[in-house]
Design a protein around this ligand. Sequence first.
Ligand SMILES: C[S@@+](CC[C@H](N)C(=O)[O-])C[C@H]1O[C@@H](n2cnc3c(N)ncnc32)[C@H](O)[C@@H]1O
Length: 287
Amino acid sequence: MSSTANDVNAAQIEHWNGPAGETWVKLQTRLDAQLAPLGHLAMDGAGLRPGESVLDVGCGTGATTLELSRRVSPNGKVVGIDISRPMLSFARQRLEAAGFPQTRFEEGDAQTRRLSEGGFDLVFSRFGVMFFADPVAAFKNLRAALNERGRLSFVCWRRVADNPWVAVPMAAAFQHIPQPPPSPPGGPGEFSFAERERVHDILARAGFKDITIEAKDMLVGGASLDVTVDTTLAMGPIAAALREADPVKREPVAHALRQAFAPYENADGVRLGAGVWLARARSGNQK
Ligand SMILES: C[S@@+](CC[C@H](N)C(=O)[O-])C[C@H]1O[C@@H](n2cnc3c(N)ncnc32)[C@H](O)[C@@H]1O
């Protein structure tokens, strides 16, 4: 998908087709290991049955799409949709290795793409729904893809303060380099769904019914101190700030991150708190 100035999500399309998408592909094994238990919250909470059809929104490199395919097999159908070419290309390679003939990946903007109307039992996402320029329009579009029994189940991040895995390294790194300005309130971004009321309002305005939004907490982190520091330097707000900073700052930032993460190291690696919303709803598309 080549973005044009007219694409409502042009900036995000550019972002996820640039270094962000490439880095995600490079680090996918460790990212999937960290995020899997959080994605499982939204899968386990969706009441999935074999034979059902699922839309995986912002499916990225496809780990969740394949796990959903396993859960609805043998007769179920899963479509993963994403705007990132490098991530989809990796997802397709994984699909080829895994089988699942009824699963496919589609390149497209989930906010605007015409999706098979009423074709899905479940709209699912693991951290793929916080990047829409117009979230109400996007969720209306997603609701239209659900049948009358259709459900929505996704996880998104709560506030930075509820996520020590982000807050702790940010506090350490931004003593050495300037912190980038926060994204405008309500604009697309990793933490744009941090406020429960906002998420509820978006889903209600999009027409969803029986909305529940629950706080869930888990521990996440890399398999070792080295891996955790390396990942933090490679992606997210600290990586973005480092790209703008004097290259000599990289070493002191890496050192500060090591010191900040060290108290959270245990036999499993590094583990810090992660706070998400598990949002679920019904389509309300009764005929
Ligand atoms: C944080 S990543 C999560 C990827 C994947 N769900 C996972 O958990 O591994 C966010 C994903 O959302 C995708 N995305 C962002 N805006 C999108 C849009 N408007 N339509 C479809 N996908 C989008 C990005 O390309 C990226 O793959």
